[in-house]
Write a protein that binds this ligand. Structure first.
Ligand code: ATP
Length: 261
């Protein structure tokens, strides 16, 4: 039996929206220390799957396990506290706030600070804020965004906003980050830069689970790929296996990605 640890597991995960089955009896495992991608055509159920993992959307049936622990009944913030971070298909930042402020907001799910504790113990709250600021500065340095720390987010180029969102996800000290189309909307140089940052994040010991349509990004970054079509898993394997899977080529890859034979 393999002694590789499973960080994330979907068991019979199903989502029905009235008559529509968006995700149908989905089973997969994400091993620790791997970059795992979920791919498939538009409407295949990828974002719905991520939303069920984070708790943004409750599953109709089935369950999600994180490090072996069932999490399907936990609220979003508890899942974040356990170590699940995420970024969104459409960037969700506070666009009128600075980069630094956005990162500090991102740590909210991990801090003990709320209005009551703040009123009771201003000293403790201030110490915590100082600590968060230091952590945000370290992360901004790590992702190459320190010089933008006082910039208002809406003034940044789209690629920088995406890096900022990743920085915010890092503020919760995640073990696993779920990335919904990280390369979407990026120009080729922004994309290369983002992939380099993702590699750096992964090398630092954080696992990545990504939804992505850009096959260069998927095939170069991922160790393992799960393919969805109409809510059902149609294939799973290494990038090499997936590129040559006739069912995947027919349903999704088509001409968009060809290996040099
Ligand atoms: P894309 O690559 O275009 O982002 P996806 O694979 O992420 O697609 P989902 O967004 O998960 O696909 O959608 C799967 C199916 O579920 C689609 O048919 C979509 O219209 C439907 N769907 C998603 N969210 C809802 C909702 N809140 N209510 C009803 N139907 C929904």
């Amino acid at each position: 039996m393999s002694n590789e640890q499973i960080i994330l597991e979907a068991k019979h995960l199903t989502k029905r929206y009235f008559g529509l089955v968006a995700v149908n009896d989905l089973n997969f495992q994400v091993k620790k220390g791997r970059i795992h991608a979920l791919i498939g055509p538009n409407g295949a159920g990828k974002t719905t799957t991520v939303n069920m993992i984070t708790g943004d959307d409750p599953q109709t049936e089935g369950e999600v396990l994180f490090c072996g622990q069932p999490i399907s009944k936990l609220p979003i913030y508890s899942r974040a506290q356990l170590g699940i971070g995420r970024t969104f298909q459409n960037i969700k930042l506070f666009s009128t706030m600075t980069v630094m402020e956005n990162l500090m907001m991102g740590a909210q799910s991990k801090t003990n600070q709320n209005i009551l504790t703040w009123m009771i113990n201003i000293k403790k709250a201030n110490a915590e804020e100082k600590m968060l600021k230091k952590k945000a500065e370290e992360i901004l340095n790590f992702i190459g965004m320190y010089k933008y720390k006082d910039e208002i987010v809406s003034n940044l180029a789209y690629g920088r906003q995406k890096v900022c969102e990743l920085g915010r996800a890092l503020m919760t000290t995640p073990q696993l980050i779920l990335l919904d189309e990280p390369a979407a909307g990026l120009n080729p140089s922004e994309r290369r830069e983002f992939v380099d940052i993702l590699r750096k994040v992964y090398d630092s010991g954080i696992d990545l689970f990504l939804i992505e349509h850009n096959m260069d990004v998927v095939m170069n970054l991922s160790h393992r790929i799960t393919v969805l079509n109409f809510g059902c898993k149609i294939a799973e394997g290494t990038p090499e296996e997936i590129q040559h899977d006739p069912q995947v080529v027919k349903a999704y890859l088509g001409d968009r990605f060809r290996t040099e034979e």
